[in-house]
Ligand binder design. Structure first.
Ligand code: MSK
Length: 659
């Protein structure tokens, strides 16, 4: 029996098969490649070629500096700020492409995309003070795209969507000078400030890291989420399946992997075209089966119920099933190792973004002006490759049913229907102690721990403790591939208060909100809860916590920072990338909490992550003078309106709606 490297049984089976076959994966590489303790703790400075300097030793914080005199706290703060800049760039460059696609649609430059959700377009136009009544839809879309594109390059002023935050939250940002001007402006300034010989005050550096991260959360990520909803539809609950059993032995299996939804949306469209199916059949397959991986999976899962094979650590294992005929990748979280691995099987790895090529992959250039044509080319390549499939591979059949598709709009709707939707019932349930608090469970899965295992442990323990979990990214994949995103399975574990609320509305206690850019939905939900009243009147002070127990990406660090700056205490698993500096650790936990009511902790012990999260939630309840949480003992407020009652009201209001 080999070591348990993934908590996902299907993943573990494939890993064990790989060990027998002497096939190397990220799990083997993680074991061989021990993290550098100096870089890993934030104590390595390689900003210039006087160094690199290693600020190590017993009293390094007090006694050691780099050749230029930079202290350990300066170095650690600079390293963290650069991670934030990297993460913000990734989410926001994705958002830029979405804005250009919307502009191309509005200008009639592409026939392959349309505006699917006009209501959402109008909602976003409303946030931007763009007139929409009585105007042609494309004119409104053009104004929305153009206005949002200003959020990238504006030199002075404020990002547009900052106004969606609660007033008090905005006041804190202004007081501490961290309200972002524009995405590119803040990222460039981070790179400038952290280059050799510029900003040396760790607190000052970290404040700018927060400003940059806010440009991610309240601009880049929020822009991406909103435009994706406008173009492809705002998600509503949808049934799907998860894990490697989604692959079909007798069909052409195509997997979309990465983050950007534009090409994958078109692949979704073309796989059901009769000519494509006929083409697959001409190659001996019974049809075409589309699945996803990582966050591109989350995008097409949320809107179309396309099944997911899982998150980050499942990508190589997917290839090792021997069943994937084409793996089409776009950007972010794609391991370059997949091309070497694919040589052992028949899988074609296809890169599609002009920003991302991998040696050994076939490159098919995506172009939004001929998106369907590109999608068809990829599907044909997969079909052509089907006859090359051998029996080689670890064919696991496990799969789990799941429900995804919980946009913030749907969460509002499910609490009262189309005409009475609000966050009142959720706030009431929290006030009464039926729901103890809310946790955003986000972030990657990681081969340095038992992959997916900490997500699953934390998710189960939280719902047992009556904490509602909203999840995104590979955190959702870890829950989905365990069967936790099915109402029945998860409800067996939920505490009595949470179970009652979930049963009344017919939802799982873990709500899949989407891809990692969709953490912006959590900001919108928190703002709506603040506006609803009865809890905190700002995001800070809510009984809410963010947890990323297996994070690995710079994007996760940017997310952690924008939650902290918005007022949410955040706990990440694994070793701290700033552990070398007590001062930086103190600023990110104590000082940020005093200023923003948010904090950023790193805690490798899953039990301690859980205890710290519950402690934050209980202390927030106490500060808000809410009923003390006691399992099974609730206040007397009304139970949420159930689905049947909601339908009755809506039928009476508009019989043609047909909900
Ligand atoms: S894909 S950033 S491993 S969540 Fe968004 Fe997953 Fe983390 Fe990539």
């Amino acid at each position: 029996m080999s070591k348990i490297r993934s908590a996902n049984k299907a993943s573990q089976k494939i890993i064990e098969w790989g060990v027998d076959q002497k096939i190397q994966t990220c799990f083997d590489r993680a074991e061989k490649m021990k993290p550098c303790p100096i870089g890993g703790s934030g104590a390595c400075c390689k900003m210039c070629h006087v160094g690199p300097c290693r600020l190590v030793g017993k009293n390094a914080e007090e006694e050691v500096t780099g050749v230029c005199g930079a202290t350990l706290s300066t170095v650690a703060a600079r390293n963290l700020a650069r991670m934030v800049a990297g993460g913000t760039s990734a989410h926001s460059d994705h958002a830029r492409d979405m804005a250009f696609t919307l502009l191309a649609v509005a200008n009639g430059e592409t026939k392959d995309f349309q505006i699917t959700d006009v209501r959402k377009l109008y909602r976003v136009a409303g946030y931007l003070n763009i007139e929409f009544e009585g105007r042609p839809v494309n004119d409104v879309a053009r104004d929305v795209a153009t206005t949002l594109l200003e959020d990238f390059g504006r030199q002075k002023g404020e990002i547009n969507f900052a106004s969606r935050a609660p007033k008090k939250t905005i006041e804190r940002w202004k007081k501490w000078g961290i309200l972002p001007r524009a995405i590119d402006r803040e990222v460039v300034e981070t790179m400038h400030r952290t280059t050799m010989g510029v900003d040396h005050d760790p607190d000052h550096i970290l404040l700018h890291a927060l400003r940059t991260s806010l440009a991610d959360g309240w601009a880049g990520s929020m822009i991406s989420t909103d435009i994706t909803d406008i173009l492809f539809g705002t998600p509503t609950p949808v049934k799907a399946e998860a894990s490697f059993g989604i692959f079909k032995e007798d069909e052409v299996n195509i997997v979309v992997h990465g983050h950007e939804p534009t090409l994958s949306e078109k692949i979704v469209d073309v796989v059901s075209e009769p000519e494509m199916i006929a083409y697959a059949k001409s190659k001996g397959a019974k049809g075409i089966n589309l699945g996803g991986m990582c966050c591109t999976a989350n995008e097409v899962l949320m809107r179309h119920g396309i099944p997911t094979a899982g998150g980050f650590t499942n990508q190589e294992l997917g290839v090792m099933t021997g069943l994937i005929d084409a793996l089409s990748v776009d950007v972010q979280c794609i391991m370059p190792a997949i091309t070497e691995l694919a040589k052992k099987f028949h899988t074609k790895i296809i890169t599609t973004s002009e920003k991302a090529k991998i040696q050994g992959a076939i490159h098919v250039q995506y172009d939004e002006h001929r998106a369907k044509e590109v999608a068809r080319e990829i599907v044909r390549m997969a079909c052509d490759n089907y006859p090359n499939r051998t029996t080689k591979g670890s064919h696991v059949t496990d799969k789990f049913p799941m429900i995804a598709g919980f946009s913030h709009e749907y969460i509002e709707y499910m609490q009262g229907g189309k005409y009475r939707g609000s966050f009142r019932p959720l706030n009431d349930a929290i006030m009464a102690g039926r729901i103890r608090g809310v946790v955003g469970l986000a972030g990657c899965d990681n081969p340095r721990v038992t992959a997916q295992g900490i997500h699953r442990f934390i998710a189960t323990e939280l719902i047992k403790n009556d904490v509602l979990v909203v999840s995104t990214g590979c955190g959702s994949a870890a829950c989905g591939t365990a069967g936790y995103l099915a109402p029945e399975m998860a409800l067996e574990n939920a505490g009595p208060g949470l179970r009652e609320v979930c049963e009344a509305i017919g939802i799982p206690p873990i709500l899949h909100l989407g891809a990692c850019v969709d953490n912006s939905r959590i900001l919108t939900i928190a703002s709506a809860m603040a506006a609803e009243g009865g809890l905190s009147d700002e995001i800070g002070g809510m009984p809410a916590v963010g947890i990323a127990p297996e994070w690995m990406s710079e994007k996760a660090v940017a997310i952690g920072c924008y939650f902290a700056a918005s007022g949410v205490p955040v706990i990440f698993g694994g070793e701290s990338p700033v552990s070398a500096s007590k001062e930086v650790t103190r600023i990110m936990t104590e000082v940020w909490f005093e200023r923003f009511k948010g904090a950023f902790h790193f805690e490798p012990d899953p039990e301690k992550i859980l205890a710290l999260a519950l402690d934050y939630i209980d202390k927030a309840r106490e500060a808000l003078k809410l009923k003390k949480y006691e399992p099974g003992k609730f206040g007397t407020e009304k139970v949420l309106m159930d689905m049947a009652a909601r339908r009755e009201i809506e039928k009476a209001a508009r019989p043609h709606l047909g909900f």
